[in-house]
Ligand binder design. Structure first.
Ligand code: S3P
Length: 429
């Protein structure tokens, strides 16, 4: 709905990527880990349920969560299929864990997840000795059999994917010998950072501009207390909302600013956004700040494709900012967006076009001619395709539109940001 200025101070929920990893690593340590700030979204709860099915004890304790781990090498055989819901991160990282344990597991998911490619993890994990029976096209539902001991590999990532990198490294934790992932383009490094907190010696080298990341298994993991910073991917919706709605002056507290995740804020600043980084500090081994975002006149830019991995989930909301900016924004090199929770290039092109934006969909990006600071003229409707980020991005677009934007379902938002609609209403009150 059209909205007044966004003001005051808000706090977004915990980082999704870090929350998944905190639960998984806690489950692999022997003893009790405590997590504060865990994201209680459906995706993370799917990870928790799967780890419980494999022997970990995971409970809420007041505001925190506690995990009593089973130890590396002693995951139990799950009795039922592991239901991953909408979550690609749960699926791919847990497939890595199962691959080097002697258990058999079935993975299932919703209509969106069942279309997403799993070949990218099946390939390296098969080289390590695991076997797979996927659905046609290498998708869920699938059965897999892990192997103990698995075989260490050296694997060069064919796509820039932190999920694939993490799946191989997690399999490496229970694999005798050294497992190495070579990353031509850096992707989010939460796995590497957090494994060290759990006592794992993760070697990272830069060789000829590529990152070589190695673990030598089998490892013993010691429990760790984790503080999860706020999710920059969730903060991005509010940063764009405050930038586009005239009169806004909003502080978003406790936002994780890991350089492998903060690309959206860098691009918004290039577009002329007003972002101040207040009280820069470290939380749980990650750089964090409070972001003060004020309304600004945004200008179209050409987005360097090299920045894409550090903002891979933020393009839908960037497209909204571009649709309202002055001048043209061009994005390219974004083929990966077609295999996220939806085909985000075509879903956002259709959604913004129905809201009255002027754009062209290309094979690897969008070209968007901004409205020059005028509200979007039309009201949708928007089809979200079970994709939380399409729903949230278009809710943000609706804040600065002539009539509001109609969204078919806000339900997918619960996967990553359950209180999004309340927080939006609160900050725009
Ligand atoms: C994630 C990695 C990214 C991202 C996803 C979370 C992670 O996926 O889109 O939301 O936690 O490792 P890819 O690795 O497939 O790019």
């Amino acid at each position: 709905m059209p909205s007044g200025p966004l003001t005051g101070r808000i706090r977004v929920p915990g980082d999704k990527s870090i929350s998944h990893r905190a639960l998984m690593f806690g489950a692999l340590a022997v003893g009790r880990s405590r997590i504060s700030g865990l994201l209680e979204g459906e995706d993370v709860l799917a990870t928790a349920a799967a780890l419980r099915a494999m022997g970990a004890v995971i409970e809420r304790d007041g505001e925190d969560w506690v995990v009593d781990g089973v130890g590396v090498g002693t995951l139990l055989q799950p009795e039922q299929a592991l239901d991953m819901g909408n979550s690609g991160t749960s699926t791919r990282l847990l497939m890595g864990l199962v691959a080097s344990h002697g258990v058999t597991a079935a993975f299932t998911g919703d209509g969106s997840l069942s279309k997403r490619p799993m070949g990218r993890v099946i390939d390296p994990l098969s080289l390590m000795g695991a076997s797979f029976t996927p659905s046609p096209g290498g998708t869920l539902p699938l059965m897999m059999e892990g192997i103990q001991p698995a075989v260490p590999i050296e694997y060069r990532l064919p796509v820039a994917s932190a999920q694939v990198k993490s799946a191989v490294l997690l399999a490496g934790l229970n694999t005798p010998g050294t497992t190495t992932v070579i990353e031509p383009v850096p992707t989010r490094d939460h796995t590497e950072r957090m494994l060290r907190g759990f006592g794992v010696d993760v070697q990272v080298e830069d060789v000829d501009g590529e990152r070589r990341i190695s673990v030598t298994g089998p490892v013993d993991m010691t429990p760790c207390d984790i503080v999860v910073p706020g999710d920059p991917s969730s903060a991005a919706f509010f940063a764009v909302a405050a930038s586009i709605v005239p009169g806004s002056d909003l502080v978003i507290e406790n936002v994780g600013l890991n350089p492998t995740r903060n690309g959206i804020f860098r691009v918004l600043e290039q577009m002329g956004a007003s972002i101040d980084y207040l009280d820069e500090r470290e939380v749980g081994g990650e750089p964090v700040a409070d972001l003060r975002v004020r309304h600004a006149r945004l200008k179209g830019v050409e987005v360097d494709p090299a920045i894409a991995p550090s903002m891979i989930d933020e393009f839908p909301v960037l497209f909204v900012a571009a649709a309202l900016a002055e001048g043209t924004t061009v994005t390219s090199g974004l083929e990966e967006l077609r295999v996220k929770e939806s085909d985000r290039l075509s879903a956002m092109a259709a959604a913004l076009a129905n809201a009255g934006a002027d754009l062209e969909e290309r094979g690897d990006g969008l070209l968007i001619k901004g409205s020059g600071g005028e509200p979007l003229p039309d009201g949708g409707p928007v089809t979200t395709h079970l994709d939380h980020r399409i729903a949230m991005s278009m809710a943000v677009a609706g804040l600065f539109s002539a009539t509001g934007v109609e969204i078919d379902s806000t339900e997918p938002i619960a996967t990553s940001f359950p209180n999004f609609m309340d927080l939006l209403a609160e900050s725009a009150a």
